[in-house]
Design a protein around this ligand. Structure first.
Ligand code: PEP
Ligand code: MN
Length: 353
């Protein structure tokens, strides 16, 4: 195991790998998983939940302080570092007392600026590293806001964690990945490393590796994965935890060396990228023309007392464009979403003109 650098920003070239059980369940369970993970040189740090935020009451809520004592002992025995979730200022104090140098804000905390403020006050001056999970709702501003609050509290070692979003329809996942939200966070804050948490996105063992490999294609800075010595009897998140062997296989694939971009390939890319730039410029010019037409149509609708939204016309437009999209080989889901976006903007423009 590598020792967690005090500042992740300095080791941006290396992938950060965090792994461990959803929850600490006993000293034996923590010792067993620690022994397995300490043997993997690629692992940066061990995660283990000590206080568990449960969606509904009555479930196991974490062992609290005794778990921290075991972490402290095992950290000395195996030479590893642990991290855990903090949701209240007292948790931060207890972590400090037990030598935990890295903590994470859970999804339910990131979405609550009051709680983030309280945790910032507790973390200020602690020198702790903080991982910030995305909020449960796909609101990139809440995620950015939590990171900004921590930055303002002087926390220098910050990392974002993408764990997916709670939606009514989650496309077969426990939490919808909505990769574009995480990519938007990276665009806004390129200096903050971002890890993928495929366990909480997938919610199922068989989905963890494919999600981790998707994160590899998107050049994430690392992973945080739930690993349990006996996943089938885990007390929390039973369906999604990997056993150490499955995790080691996933790591191998995630960390497989990437081919360096040869010069020749680079020069082949340049003209294609130029063409792509031209196409984007044309697309935007066409969209501007479409909005201009929309305004002219709005003038007529307003003069004739017609409603802006005409459902028959819109249904005809969608049917026609989907048919064309099919002949052009464009994905129908993508086309429909794009049309809906364009139409929503067109309606907005007409309402305002
Ligand atoms: C966890 O990591 O175990 C956890 C509860 O995560 P989240 O806050 O992403 O739900
Ligand atoms: Mn979990």
């Amino acid at each position: 195991m590598r020792i967690f650098a005090s500042d992740l920003h300095e080791k941006k070239m290396e992938k950060t790998i965090i792994a461990g059980p959803c929850s600490v369940e006993s000293r034996e369970q923590l010792r067993e998983v620690t022994a397995a993970l300490a043997a993997l040189p690629q692992v940066t740090m061990i995660r283990a939940g000590v206080w568990k935020p449960r969606t509904r009451p009555g479930a196991f809520e974490g062992l609290g302080e005794p778990a921290l004592r075991w972490m402290q002992e095992l950290s000395a025995e195996f030479g590893v570092s642990y991290c855990c979730e903090v949701a209240r200022p007292e948790h931060v104090v207890l972590c400090q007392q037990h030598g935990i140098g890295t903590v994470w804000l859970g999804a339910r905390t990131t979405g609550n600026p009051f709680m983030v403020e309280e945790l910032c006050a507790a973390l200020r001056g602690s020198g702790m590293a903080v991982l910030v999970k995305n909020p449960t709702s796909p609101d990139v501003r809440l995620w950015l806001g939590a990171i900004e609050r921590l930055q303002q509290a002087g926390i220098a070692d910050l990392t974002a964690v993408h764990r997916g979003f709670a939606m009514y329809h989650t496309q077969g996942y426990r939490n919808a990945p909505l990769w574009e939200v995480a990519l938007e966070l990276r665009r806004e804050m390129p200096e903050v490393p971002i890890l993928c948490d495929p366990s909480h996105i997938g919610g199922r063992r068989d989905l963890v590796a494919p999600l981790a490999l998707a994160a590899r294609e998107l050049d994430y800075d690392g992973l945080t994965v739930e690993v349990h010595p006996h996943p089938e009897v885990a007390w929390t998140d039973t369906a999604q935890q990997l056993d150490p062997a499955a995790f080691a296989a996933l790591l191998e694939a995630f960390l497989a060396p990437r081919a360096e971009m040869p010069d020749e390939a680079d020069s082949n890319l340049t003209p294609l990228r130029q063409q792509m730039d031209d196409v984007d410029h044309e697309l935007l010019a066409l969209l501007a023309r479409r909005m201009q037409l929309s305004r002219s149509i709005a003038d007529i609708k307003h003069r004739q007392g017609m409603a802006v939204y005409q459902s028959k016309r819109w249904n005809d437009v969608v049917a026609d464009r989907l048919q064309l999209a099919a002949t052009l080989g464009l994905d129908s889901g993508f086309t429909k979403e794009l049309l809906e976006k364009i139409h929503a903007e067109s309606v907005r423009v007409q309402m305002e003109s």
